[in-house]
Ligand binder design. Structure first.
Ligand SMILES: [Zn+2]
Length: 457
């Protein structure tokens, strides 16, 4: 990214001076640039919820253990980063399953979403946060409406969000105001609470202009200017299907060319999907430091196409992984998306080494964080937030994992969210042996079920 993330998110290691907790595990995956595997490793967490030290327990340089040492029996790795999602759409899961994007949006999703209240969105987000945490996803980049309710659900579940409230001008959406009002609402929110807020900086705000085909050009320019002015992430759907932007393509050649001519690039830009790109489009994204959220499951289900991940990465475009919303993907298991990304990359290139297991794990962690401009999450390194996931090793996937290459291979090619046991966000344990420590799952399920049932009447 040309622009780095919110500056207040970084802090010196062990800022509090106190190590509150040590987690020890037989396998540690810090998700450093070379995707190391550390056997018998420890992660020290300070009283502020940041990582203070990472390494082998037997390292002569290891600090003395704090009073509280928790011994785990599985794999410890950073919380996963889901770079494109509309989690409250969990209540719409199962609707319009066999339709292409534009019919799916205009005939099924938008009419159903027109009936959603803020409380409905809160119910969907709350259950969705539990689903994300259960899959090891600690951070999700969300484009949705009713920002207050989305934030409240995130804080209740204890997860982390980059919330980019939607800005759209499309049939039915004027009930939430004009695009200008939506844009001004996001700017006012950021100016009021700042880019980062909540315990452990759990909420980051950005802008979510829906797409070039659902907004007038002046809205795209104005939103980009507002985002750049505040150092905020601009999160937009880009070139997802061939049909959505046919009119724009005819006039401008492509949406990236249009966005460049409008001055949309230059700040922190995250393009979701980025499927239908030619060489010049890839070059445009690269020269402006724009990042891509690759959503292979959603693209497959909606028959959108396959993003040119190798070309993007080859050009230096930061690539992250996203599930997209649970109404189009429909699975929020990011490790499964990593596996699918690898499978599709290999199928399209006929190269069995395209995207290795290590590269795929980094896409879901370190590189995902970098793509959204965050250097304070996505890896186990001193100074970053202690967003941690503990996976069970007592699973058939890991029968042969004595060597490091097999362990990584087994995690990515045979693993998945089912392995997740415990999750911490900013040092707080939010999932314990698969159960939320904060939210009654049965109640959350009942709340979302009631919304889903009403939407189907
Ligand atoms: Zn989307």
């Amino acid at each position: 990214m040309k622009s780095s993330g919110p500056t207040t998110s970084s802090a010196p290691p062990d800022a509090s001076g106190t190590v509150a907790l040590r987690l020890a595990a037989p396998v540690l995956l810090p998700c450093d640039p070379v995707c190391s595997v550390i056997r018998d490793g420890v992660v020290d967490v300070d009283a502020d919820g940041r990582i203070a030290w990472v390494g082998r327990e037997s390292d002569p340089g290891a600090p003395a253990p704090p009073a509280q040492v928790r011994r785990l029996d599985g794999v410890l790795l950073p919380g996963l980063v889901n770079a494109h999602c509309h989690t409250p759409m969990i209540v719409l899961r199962g609707l319009g399953g066999d339709l292409p994007l534009m019919r799916w949006l205009t005939e099924v999703m938008w009419p159903a979403e027109a009936r959603l209240t803020g409380e409905d969105v809160r119910a969907g987000m709350l259950l969705g946060c539990l689903e994300l945490l259960s899959a090891g996803v600690t951070t999700s980049v969300e484009m949705y409406f009713y920002a207050d309710e989305v934030s409240e659900a995130v804080l209740e579940a204890g997860s982390r969000v980059v919330l980019t409230p939607g800005i759209i001008s499309a049939p039915g959406w004027d009930r939430l105001g004009t695009w200008q009002q939506m844009l001004d609402g996001v700017s006012a929110r950021i100016d009021s609470v700042g880019l980062l807020s909540g315990p452990g900086d759990r909420i980051e705000l950005g802008y979510g202009p829906h797409a070039a085909y659902t907004l007038p050009t002046e809205a795209l320019t104005a939103t980009a200017a507002a985002a750049r002015e505040r150092g905020a992430l601009l999160h937009i759907h880009l070139s997802e299907t061939l049909g959505e932007d046919a009119a724009l393509r005819e006039v401008h050649g492509s949406v990236p060319r249009l966005l460049e001519s409008l001055g949309v690039f230059g700040g922190r830009v995250l393009a979701a999907h980025a499927v239908h790109l030619d060489d010049e489009d890839v070059a445009i994204l690269a020269r402006h430091g724009a990042a891509v959220a690759h959503c292979p499951g959603s693209n497959a289900k909606l028959a959108a196409g396959i993003a040119p991940v190798a070309a993007l990465r080859g050009a230096g475009v930061p690539v992250a992984l996203g599930t997209d919303g649970p109404a189009s993907s429909d699975d929020l298991d990011l490790l499964r998306q990593a596996r699918l990304a690898g499978q599709l990359a290999r199928l399209t290139s006929l190269d069995a080494a395209a995207l290795t297991a290590a590269e795929l794990l980094l896409l879901a962690t370190r590189h995902g964080a970098a793509a959204i401009g965050r250097s304070d999450i996505g890896a186990l390194e001193p100074g970053r937030w202690a967003d941690l996931v503990h996976l069970r090793l007592d699973d058939p996937a890991f029968v042969g994992s004595a060597d490091d290459a097999s362990l990584l291979s087994n995690l990515v090619w045979a693993g998945g969210g089912r392995l997740v046991r415990d999750v911490w966000v900013a040092g707080d344990q939010v999932l314990s042996d698969g159960r939320s420590t904060r939210v009654d799952r049965a109640e959350a399920l009942a709340g979302a079920r009631a919304v889903a049932a009403r939407l189907r009447t």
